[in-house]
Design a protein. Sequence first.
Length: 279
Amino acid sequence: MKKTLIITSAVVGAIVIVCGLFIFIGYQKFMSIDAVEYDPELEILFGGGGNSIILTAEDGLTAFVVDTKMGSAAKAMRKKVKVKGILVINTHAHQDHIGGNGLYPDAKLIAGAYTKEQWESGAGKSRYPDETIKPGEEKILRIGSEIVHIRNMGNAHTSNDVVVYLEKRKLLVTGDIVFLNKHPVLFAKSGCKVASWVNVLDSLYNRYDIKALVPGHGDVSDKNALISMRDYFTDIRDAVGDASKLAVLKKKYKAYSSVPGMSSFEKTIAFIKNEQGNK
Ligand SMILES: [Zn+2]
């Protein structure tokens, strides 16, 4: 009896260690940054939380930062921004995109029009924006020779998702409106609504002339990433309640990865089912 107990404890201990190792490796992977020089003025930083960009004006006096990552990745990113005049945009109030805001105390901070309560529930103690943009509003400014559009798309991944469009480069930064080849994170408390998210994806496709697209998570893509994200939602929405259709979709999306502990095919089904039930 005692021997069985010792063996059982050893097996449980080994499982805990292996699971811990998997979570640790997943977290390390999530936190690593991959920096790509898109052109001399534009750097794209993948991972370390959400994707970010740093656009520096040709005169080297102003930098425009979209999303500030989190933890050690946020600090590594901050070291790359060497100019004094910094403008920071947050695509949305989730910690993996705004965790480094505090490292830019003198920068002007712009984000969607979250109430302070909404901001704190997703972004914790991170500084509330100096300027907010309401759903449907667009702010246009210049960074060097680039014309930057900052637009609040309204309700999608959260209640106030902001996108950034670099007009001359025809490059769209979507924040978490696009998870590329990944199951998206869906939090009801952030105001996530799949039904309006689908409309936002269509609207972005029609509004901007897109050559390159930087998603919130995943590699650089093009406008087809908007279609893939929309199809993912409409596929699942139309199959909810039909086990055989869902089994086919599970195969279709089996190459999609998950954000550790936060997203999966099953979590998307449950979210959409719940949203449909609450109509
Ligand atoms: Zn997010």
